[in-house]
Ligand binder design. Structure first.
Ligand code: ATP
Ligand code: MG
Length: 339
């Protein structure tokens, strides 16, 4: 179930097309445990699409390997090691923080004892700084606190590879920094974290920045070295430069020492050396998993819209869903997601 050894994600020549349109174009990347990676780039550049292809929730064409094991071929076995907070994540407004985490822990850790699960919930609450908010309904939390609930739900299963799609969007600058500091703290050497964001102010907390432009990766390297590579004064200015000529920048990057250091010379793990570990729980082909994950995202969207309606109601309000209905929904959602 869990991964043994060093955490390692290797992506080689990954492409994603929607209809006839290439969205992710020939991307190669390598990451290791302990690394906090920012995935940056203009809106529509393909960040969310690449992220879902890298974590197997919506596969592309190409190689994605976790410790040398083909993620697409072994998705069902490997997905327990993967945490994913989608861009439009789900919120269960009428439940308390503790209820959400209790139920999530039951579904995600079915073989764990009640005591151990309760301890895990307590620890995760402390990790995300929500211990004192545990009996508050999600609908009464601030945006940043809600985001931390989503992060906590994923942390329950102790993911080795953690993907977050814009966890800081809509937050004030102080909260943005708080979330980034949280991600820095939890990115220990047995975990790798990749986060898409439009916030570059806390980039110094990250080990690596990946810049995308129109589906191409145009930079991988230390965040602080990016302005110099693009000949501009700040990370924010990189955005306008790369939007203009992404092909040229992609070629320049691939000819650079950054590409050699951060992509090419990172050795791939030995492929498929341990057939017993990943494939043992393989029960359905990856395409099926990907489809259900995609449908689940639509469910996420619906949930999100419900949430907004909910916000227009008064405090004690006749919420769209009762706590019981929320629980049922949470249950169904986690089932469909975790298989
Ligand atoms: N299912 C789809 N069908 C067709 N086009 C799609 C689909 N999903 C994404 N796209 C297109 O792919 C491009 C990249 O989308 P993506 O969501 O990956 O961008 P992004 O970098 O995450 O943007 P943002 O910063 O706004 O979240 C966009 O032009 C989008 O319209
Ligand atoms: Mg996106």
């Amino acid at each position: 179930m869990g991964l043994v050894g060093l955490v390692q994600l290797d992506v080689r020549n990954l492409c994603v097309t929607r209809g006839d349109t290439p969205i992710v174009r020939n991307v190669s990347l390598s990451f290791r445990g302990g690394e906090l990676v920012l995935l940056l780039g203009p809106s529509g550049s393909g960040k969310s699409t690449l992220l879902r292809a890298m974590n197997g929730f919506r596969p592309g064409v190409g190689r994605v390997e976790i410790e040398g094991r083909d993620l697409y071929a072994h998705f069902d076995g490997l997905k327990r090691s993967i945490g994913y907070v989608p861009q439009d994540d789900v919120l269960h407004a009428s439940l308390t923080v503790r209820q959400v985490l209790d139920y999530a822990s039951r579904l995600r850790l079915p073989e764990t004892s009640d005591e151990a699960r309760a301890a895990r919930v307590t620890r995760v609450l402390a990790e995300v700084g929500l211990s004192d908010r545990r009996d508050v309904r999600v609908r009464h939390l601030s945006g940043g606190q809600r985001k931390r609930v989503s992060v906590a739900m994923e942390l329950l299963a102790e993911p080795k590879l953690f993907f977050l799609d814009e966890p800081t969007s809509g937050l004030d600058p102080g909260l943005e920094v708080q979330i980034m500091e949280l991600l820095r703290r939890i990115t220990t050497e047995d975990r790798f974290t990749l986060v898409t964001t439009h916030v570059v102010s806390s980039s110094t907390l990250a080990d690596l920045a990946v810049f995308m432009a129109k589906g191409r990766v145009v930079y991988v390297g230390p965040p602080g070295a990016a302005p110099e590579f693009f000949g501009v004064g700040s990370l924010a200015e990189v955005y306008s430069v790369i939007s203009r000529d992404e092909e040229r920048w992609a070629r320049r990057f691939e000819a650079s020492s950054l590409f050699r250091t951060y992509v090419l010379s990172r050795p791939l793990a030995l492929a498929e050396t341990n057939p017993s570990s990943a494939s043992s729980s393989l029960s359905s082909p990856p395409a099926t998993s990907a489809t259900s994950a995609h449908e689940d995202e639509d469910a996420h969207k619906d949930a999100h819209e419900d949430e907004h309606e909910d916000e227009h109601e008064d405090e004690e309000g006749t919420a769209a869903l009762t706590p019981e209905q929320e629980l049922a929904r949470l249950k169904a959602e986690l089932r469909s997601r975790r298989g």
